[in-house]
Design a protein around this ligand. Structure first.
Ligand code: SF4
Length: 279
């Protein structure tokens, strides 16, 4: 079956941090997921129910925060925190001062920019901005373990979100492109509220990121071979193990968070939702 895999992307493909991260981690995973559109034949991690429960709680937590940020009162949302984990995350969220009262806030913001015939897009949990001065990207994480700073810094999400805000965020900034030095990205960990990861930005990093992102997109567009990763550890958390003969047993939940993110709403994006930014 693997001999007959398709290798060509559609003429117009919406790249996201998730698909680029997949390509970065394993080209074959990108091919199976985004070119072949194969259903996930195996669980990502064990125990299965615990993993599913945690993913659902993570998604509900994101919805609760979003609704709180658009003005729903604490009390009505607190009733939704119906598990010990959700209650703890919610309490941590309500107790933390994000210090953005003076900022214009956009939740669930979608930005997109063209790259050749394709698009790069991102859905932000929250962008808080004081036009002409500062733009902060917030992303909520419900990881069981707090990741290392260098690991988060290297994630495609960190690179895509900051670069795309500079590239496509002018309309949030009175029509003037946001300067890289005005951008900061904050990962706020619901289980580690006082230890967020903060990543500033600068022009050199922006140039590096944008050149790299457009380069990877062009590489994937022209790619005709999508090899299996040499890093066997990645396979333990990959749902395509059976296609690749890379073992039948899933990694454990504790370990998997370091390798996979909760499948987010990013997968459900459609083009009607996307803010069109043309250059
Ligand atoms: S099982 Fe391993 S080689 Fe196969 S797609 Fe997943 S990460 Fe890649």
């Amino acid at each position: 079956m693997l001999d007959t895999l398709r290798t060509e992307l559609p003429g117009s493909f919406a790249f996201s941090q998730s698909s680029l991260q997949d390509y970065f981690d394993c080209p074959r995973r990108f091919q199976l997921r985004y070119i072949e559109n194969l259903a996930w034949p195996a669980v990502e991690s064990e125990p299965v129910l615990e993993n599913e429960r945690r993913q659902q709680e993570g998604q509900l937590f994101h919805r609760m925060v979003q609704q709180h940020l658009v003005g729903l009162p604490d009390q009505s949302l607190t009733r939704l925190a119906n598990s010990p984990e959700l209650a703890r995350w919610w309490e941590n969220y309500l107790g933390y001062d994000f210090n953005i009262n003076d900022y214009a806030q956009s939740t669930e913001l979608i930005l997109s920019a063209p790259v050749d015939t394709h698009r790069l897009l991102a859905k932000y949990d929250l962008v808080a901005i004081v036009p002409g001065r500062k733009a902060i990207i917030f992303d909520w994480k419900t990881y069981h373990k707090r990741p290392r700073e260098d690991w988060m810094a290297a994630r495609m999400q960190t690179r895509v979100y900051r670069a795309l805000l500079v590239q496509a965020g002018a309309y949030l900034n009175n029509g003037i492109p946001i300067q890289p030095e005005q951008v900061e990205m904050i990962y706020w960990y619901a289980d580690y509220p006082s230890e967020p990861s903060r990543f500033q930005y600068n022009a050199a990093q922006y140039k590096r990121d944008w050149d790299a992102l457009t380069g990877i997109i062009r590489e994937i567009s022209n790619q005709r071979l999508f090899p299996l990763t040499d890093d066997i550890k990645k396979c333990a958390y990959c749902p395509y193990r059976s296609y690749c003969n890379r073992g039948g047993k899933a990694g454990t939940l504790d370990e998997t968070e370091a390798e996979t993110d909760t499948p987010g709403s990013e997968f459900n994006l459609n083009f009607e939702q996307i803010t069109e930014i043309e250059f």
